[in-house]
Design a protein around this ligand. Sequence first.
Ligand SMILES: [Zn+2]
Length: 298
Amino acid sequence: MGALASWVVLAVALGQSSAPYVRSRVSPGDDTTQCLYWTQTRVVWQQSTVGNQKVTNHTEFQAITDSFKSWQDVFASCGNLTLAEGPRVDSRTVGYARTGDNINLILFRTRACRDVVDASDACFAADTCANTYDCWDDSAGTIAITLTTYDERTGIVYDSDISFNAASFNFTTGNGGPCGIVSSPGCVDTDVQNTATHEVGHFVGLDHTLATGSTMNPSAPPGEVSKRNIDTGSQSFVCAAYPKGSASKPCFPVPDTGGNGDDDDDGDGCSAAAGGLAALPLLAAASLLARRRRRGAR
Ligand SMILES: [Zn+2]
């Protein structure tokens, strides 16, 4: 037992908390389940080499680098984690790779799956269209999705990938005013850094909050850039969950992972399921992927 796919129902409690920060849970929104967190001290993330194929100046790469740097600055001051950018990679595959090199990937999808994949394709039911056809298969109204793979028992994160919906949204990196009917040079439509800074919050284990001014507020109107700056509530999450000089903090004691007393999930028992969630106003919620941990993996 325990080897089958386990679907995580994404009943994220949109609008139900305005705490300074809300940690992501094994079951989203269920405070009786474990929090998600990284235990390693260095997490490498990498951008897809193609960037956003809908633009030509490719300033999106720097905007994403800047988003991670904002978080890294907070970790450097009071956290225990190093977020390091690795070389750009050709991979277009999100999710956790059980074998070989796993990549924490950042990429833009520029085509909607419904536009490029036959409706009868089995990939829709299998939830594999995005990787198979390199397309956006979540809600058209979702700006971006962070897909996180974690151990359901311990909450420990193994992988996190961020996908941007460039099929539906016009991503910009300028510093001008909001784009109007006639867009001016440098105007802001859906800001890359604004979006990425929010998604990196999911990457490190934050859920949404309705706290005023929070980077983790789920809404993001066109023209918004305020989420480029990490609010003090989200900063306090870093200091509390990833305290400098000590181990990362779960929300409950982590169950003993020693070698007895539990049924096993071995071999091909690892399976997972993703649930995309279109957070209502616009910005995406984390899409959380559950993965059963292999016994004896450590
Ligand atoms: Zn979100």
